[in-house]
Design a protein around this ligand. Structure first.
Ligand code: THU
Length: 164
């Protein structure tokens, strides 16, 4: 029998308070937290903020933008990453922080990016050959840090010919 089983493992750093983070991670998470305030989320009332740190030191923020025709809305992570790519083409994305403020749900765990956002993270990580540090959570609740998109999206799909 030639069948083989492969087990993959991922590393998640967990913290209980933002005070335990490095200055760089802390600053990025606070920017994501602030960005929640300007989300346009009248339907879900689930305000998500994202902050992307670029290799040139610039931080670009975004938040979820909803729409009456719900599939037309977009998550905070993609708003921030697409804005970063549009404004700073050719500059690597080094880290992304994601936070949630919601008056309707109390989150026990950090919100984890949806599949589409993970796929977009993978695209830029591959493009820039720079691991994306992913910081999830809210300043005074549980925080998770992942070292690269392979921790969230193993066995990633890349376009033929563009995989570096
Ligand atoms: N949302 C995000 O912006 N990011 C996530 O990681 C999860 C979900 C948004 C989409 C929608 O506007 C709202 O949160 C509820 O799903």
């Amino acid at each position: 029998m030639n069948m083989k089983i492969t087990h993959l493992s991922i590393k998640i750093e967990e913290y209980n308070d933002i005070a335990e983070l490095s200055e760089q991670d802390k600053t990025l998470l606070l920017k994501a937290w602030d960005a929640c305030d300007s989300a346009y989320a009248p339907y879900s009332k689930f305000n998500v903020g994202a902050a992307v740190l670029l290799a040139n030191g610039v931080v670009v923020t975004g938040n979820n933008q909803e729409n009456a025709a719900s599939p037309s809305g977009l998550c905070a992570e993609r708003v921030a990453m697409y804005y970063a790519s549009a404004q700073y083409p050719g500059i690597a994305m080094k880290a992304i922080a994601v936070a949630v403020k919601s008056e309707v749900v109390q989150l026990e765990e950090p919100a984890s990016p949806c599949g589409s956002c993970r796929q977009v993270m993978a695209e830029y990580e591959n493009l820039y050959q720079t691991k994306l540090r992913i910081i999830l959570g809210s300043p005074h609740a549980k925080i998770q840090i992942l070292d690269g998109i392979s921790s969230l999206l193993p066995l990633t799909f890349y376009a033929e010919g563009l995989k570096k």
